[in-house]
Ligand binder design. Structure first.
Ligand code: PEP
Ligand code: MN
Length: 333
């Protein structure tokens, strides 16, 4: 971190600031130029309040030269992390496809979709049990029963399963769940992230609607610094001025996150577009962008889905999409 001081900074002010920063355990390197003094701060600068430092009357600008995220940072971990879920691997050249309905609705529905997505090439089954819905008046998920049915589908197909947690008080129910999803709405629920960091579970962390990549990576720190390094990042579209699609799929997040971090990145084109017909082309684009996997909503009868029917593709469309993804992956190899 660098602090550029104003020309008017007095030697007393510089000495005061240096003592204050040293008191925080930092090393201070001082450069006196003709017009300005520059302080180079090294050590653990993550806890320095940049706004506070910048607000001092004799400080001109404060700049970070290294990112505040450490555990997820590629600089400290140059090799790609490969997250393993049973026989499935994600990251470091391993591509995995997560597919299934937005919500688990019944035993018949989840077993049928699970069987069909497996036949269509899915590696992992998704299904929401605790649903974070915008309206409290609509289907909120089958909750505990939803997880039970998802586990039945896991038994029937031997696909690993992923489902979303909304509250840490339900953690016990996730014992046999392979990947715990933290949804966009909870990306900055730091207490939840910290508790999940204490579990050995693989966590899929979705980017919040209006969150920067740095904020997403800072959220991963909350999980990783508790000892859990099994984190998968998920780009699921962000909110922009465009209203034609549900969100705007920020595909540049894929190479950007790969540059910044060693963690695998999957893309969810279903929540990003909100329109089933746009899912296959954006899934192909995501694969072409270098994503490590996809999360696709698939329903056996989208027009009757209790949640997100408009963005759900059918199992037949999913199988087609998957063939296209294989072709794209081969083409960019
Ligand atoms: C979901 O995957 O079911 C979901 C609710 O997604 P998001 O958190 O991205 O809105
Ligand atoms: Mn959904």
């Amino acid at each position: 971190m660098i602090a550029v001081l104003k020309q008017s900074a007095t030697p007393e002010q510089i000495a005061y600031l240096t003592r204050w920063l040293e008191g925080m355990g930092l090393e201070i390197h001082t450069y006196h130029g003709n017009n300005t003094t520059v302080l180079g701060l090294t050590g653990d600068t993550g806890s320095v309040d940049m706004e506070l430092l910048g607000s001092l009357e004799f400080v001109d600008v404060v700049k970070r030269v290294s990112e505040p995220f450490k555990m997820a940072n590629r600089k400290f971990h140059p090799n790609d992390t490969i997250v393993e879920i049973g026989n499935v691997k994600i990251g470091g050249g391993h591509f995995a496809v997560i597919a299934g309905p937005c919500s688990v609705e019944s035993e018949e529905q989840i077993i049928d979709v699970a069987t069909q997505v497996k036949a269509g090439g899915a590696d992992i089954l998704r299904g929401g049990a605790f649903k974070p819905r915008t309206s409290p008046y609509v289907f909120q998920g089958l909750k505990e029963d939803g997880i039970r049915l998802l586990l039945e589908a896991k038994k029937a197909t031997s696909l690993p399963i992923i489902t979303e947690i909304m509250n840490i008080s339900t953690l016990d129910l996730f014992e046999d769940v392979d990947i715990i999803q933290v949804g966009a709405r909870n990306m900055q629920n730091y207490d939840l992230l910290k508790e999940l960091g204490k579990t050995g579970k693989c966590i899929l962390l979705k980017r919040g609607f209006s969150n920067t990549l740095q904020e997403l990576l800072m959220s991963t720190e909350y999980i990783m610094r508790e000892g859990n390094e099994n984190v998968i990042l998920c780009e699921r579209g962000i909110r922009t001025f465009e209203s034609y699609t549900r969100n705007t799929l920020d595909l540049s997040a894929v190479p950007a996150l790969h540059e910044l971090s060693h963690l695998p990145v999957v893309v969810d084109p279903s929540h990003a577009t909100g329109k089933a017909r746009m899912v296959p082309p954006m899934a192909a684009a995501a694969a072409a962008s270098g994503a490590d996997g996809l999360m696709i909503e698939v329903h056996n009868n989208p027009s009757c889905a209790l949640c997100d029917g408009a963005q759900s593709i059918t199992p037949a469309q999913f199988a087609e999409l998957n063939k296209r993804i294989q072709a794209v992956r081969k083409a960019i190899e």
